[in-house]
Design a protein around this ligand. Structure first.
Ligand code: SF4
Length: 338
């Protein structure tokens, strides 16, 4: 069996606020194998970015991880590294920008405005590798060229504001990949781009996965993007994973009512006239988490007296597929009984 590159186990994250402790992520577990692309999907407020940032301990200072939470990073010929046990910046640098890199929706957030793109790439390489400045510059230009930035040598000396939106996104990917991370976290990397550029960036990321052999955690609210990019997917709602499995399983036969709702809200390529049906209502505030199933306030098929009082357990399906829903559990029990 392949050893996971990263194993997230029972991750529960709370934030200390003036209103009290807020649960942002609860009992989240998943593995990512080397070379695998995993999608983390959900509306904003579902906890996907908070989960991803935990992998590099990037959440704010008021964050509390429950003691049972584990994030284990595989290391060749050594015990896995427990990322959440790291306290010193020096140790965290092994993870941040070393084993794991992250790219964001808004690339300007990754680049300091008053330092050239090239200088920032070089500085990152000097921190994380044993390269000389000359080698770091050569690799940075090579990476800019590799992600399709024309005239990379000249662009190396420019500032991020001199790049177009799509080109900035490419430069951010080049910077994130130059240290050869084993895992790239891509947080809504294509959301701010127009459709053509979005497709180019997705193709670029797919090429890089096969060329560099790294894994990707792809965060998005768009199941359509996941269908094009990922091998497996976890659907999050209000801090919990409600369904996970291979992309084929989850997109072809979604079992959880929330996953079904997300798919019904996507335009159908073969029927552009079809009416889109968004998931009704809004995701509740984490300060006001519903008891029982977290989706019960918006679920069209909630079971009275059950879904508002009991947290659903995961039902296991083929190939490690998991769904947390009382209705699915009932259907499976009925199928076994008949
Ligand atoms: Fe809907 Fe109940 Fe299933 Fe939650 S457990 S998704 S409320 S049917």
């Amino acid at each position: 069996m392949t050893t996971p590159l990263i194993s997230v186990k029972d991750l529960t994250i709370r934030f200390r606020t003036d209103e009290g402790l807020i649960t942002a992520v609860e009992d989240v577990s998943f593995d990512i194998l080397p070379g695998q692309v995993m999608g983390l999907v959900g509306e904003s407020g579902s906890g996907k970015s908070v989960t991803a940032k935990a992998l590099m301990q990037l959440n704010a200072g008021n964050t509390r991880y429950d003691p049972a939470s584990k994030i284990l990073l595989d290391r060749p010929e050594r015990e896995p590294l427990d990322v959440l046990s790291l306290k010193r910046d020096r140790d965290l640098r092994v993870v941040r920008g070393g084993a794991i890199s992250m790219i964001f929706q808004e690339p300007m957030a990754s680049f300091a405005p008053a330092i050239t793109v090239g200088e920032q790439m070089v500085e990152q390489l000097l921190i994380h590798t044993a390269m000389s400045r000359v080698q770091a510059k050569a690799l940075s230009i090579e990476m800019l060229d590799r992600v399709g930035i024309p005239d990379a040598g000249r662009r190396f000396g420019q500032y991020a504001f001199e790049f177009s939106g799509g080109m900035r996104q490419r430069a951010m990917i080049a910077m994130a990949l130059s240290t050869k991370p084993r895992l790239l976290i891509a947080d809504e990397p294509t959301t701010a781009l127009d459709v053509t550029i979005q497709a180019q960036v997705i193709d670029l990321m797919k090429d890089l996965v096969s060329d560099f052999g790294m894994a990707i955690l792809f965060i998005t609210h768009d199941l359509g993007v996941i269908a094009q990019t990922a091998d497996k997917v976890a659907v999050m709602y209000l801090g919990r994973i409600v369904e996970k499995g291979t992309v084929r399983q989850v997109i072809k036969t979604p079992l959880h009512p929330y996953t079904q709702g997300l798919l019904n809200a996507l335009p159908k390529i073969n029927d552009l006239e079809a009416e889109l049906t968004p998931v009704p209502g809004d995701i509740p505030s984490p300060l006001d988490r519903p008891p029982g199933c977290v989706f019960n306030t918006r679920c069209p098929v909630a079971i009275a007296g059950v879904c508002t009082t009991q947290v659903p357990r995961y039902s296991e399906g083929e190939g490690g597929r998991k769904v947390a829903c009382h209705l699915v559990e009932r259907h499976q029990a009925e199928a076994v009984a008949t």
